[in-house]
Design a protein around this ligand. Sequence first.
Ligand code: TRP
Length: 453
Amino acid sequence: MGDSKGNREHWASRAGFILAAAGSAIGLGNIWRFPYMTGENGGAAFIVIYLLAVFLLGYPLMVNETVLGRVSQRDPVGAFKALAPGSPWWLVGALGVFTGFIILSYYIVVAGWAMAYIYKVVIAVCTPGINHEAVFKSHITGVWEPIIWAAVFMILTIGIIAAGVVDGIQRWSLILMPVLFVIMIILIIRSVTLPGASEGLVYYLKPDFSEVSGRTFLAALAQAFFSLSLGMGVFITYGSYLKDHDEIPISTAWVVSLDTMVALMAGFAIFPAVFALGFQPGAGPGLVFITLPAVFAQMPLGMFFGILFFILLAIAALTSSISLLEVVTAWLIDEKGWPRKKAAALMGLIMFIVGLPAALGYNVLSGVSFPILGTDILDTYDWFANSVFLPLGGFFAAIFTGYIWGTNKAINEANKGKTSLSIGTLWRFLIRYIVPLLIAGIMMMGMYDSFTK
Ligand code: TRP
């Protein structure tokens, strides 16, 4: 066994866990990925399917991971080793650590774009007649700038993780999350009060199921895993910093609600403004980097709102990237006995190097695309991580609790402490049957559609 229970760091308060976990969940997934996924997949119809995925799969799986972490007081690999000694189940934890590598390595690239845009948006807004697509293309095709910003972002991430669970993760989450909420609300008010905003609201709120296919379901499933930080052990790790009497069902319910609320809010900040100023919602990953600067350029005080928006995006990304690095760091601390600072710095460096191809995919390596899917390098990382590895991680974690470790133990663990919300039969049913069946079904259907179109 690794660390004894005695010297493991723990969250200092319930708010510490909730804000750190919400900080992990709320990120580029909510503000960058959710709006363009919605825009590409038919608006409100996608949102309905997404919400079903969040409540039927996301919440039960978040409770499951958190319980596995709290009961074992270990990192994802160690948790499975502790609960099923001598079995190969630790491989599920190892898959999570591996997936963390892939996600963080491309996450810092997009986060770096967000940081650069805190000042690029000024140029975009102040130059009349500028081609916003060309500005973004020239930013990502420039070799050095994106790499330098990704490095800056990684250094910030390493700095927070090196400072520890309470002095790093919890401290910065408590500072940054409230700032994020305030900025978000300012932006929504601006967006929905623009003349002509209602067309965007209709698009966002009125479902059209004619565009829905197997790919839509897989996209919604992947989005739910990504947005809630599920399937790779973030919640095992953050759960392992919970004390025995901390309440799991209600704290995780808060995290799911906050994450879903911020994703929906991002849509309210973006779509009304996009439609009001005559743009299209289906711009894909470029939506916030191309369409939004164009929107800000035409908006009164657009420069101010533009800067605010990209600060928001960078903050959200930072409280998420730290959770990705923490999983890998916790694994080295618990399983290999490494000191925290060394683990964080070295893993951060390796992830940065793994991320280089994702950044270079738009310039030096722009000829490279993944066969069949036709995606560039960054989107290929994204697709494999979110549509394959995260759902598989969630699937196996559910099977593990449902059939190996036992749902009775899990339910007892979850309901420890004074509980204002407890889980029981419904949760057991979801974890044993609904979650695995839905994940397997959606993955097969979505893969089939993705590879045959
Ligand atoms: N949830 C974050 C977002 O929405 C990204 C993230 C952080 C993540 N940790 C994760 C995604 C773990 C999957 C797994 O931006």
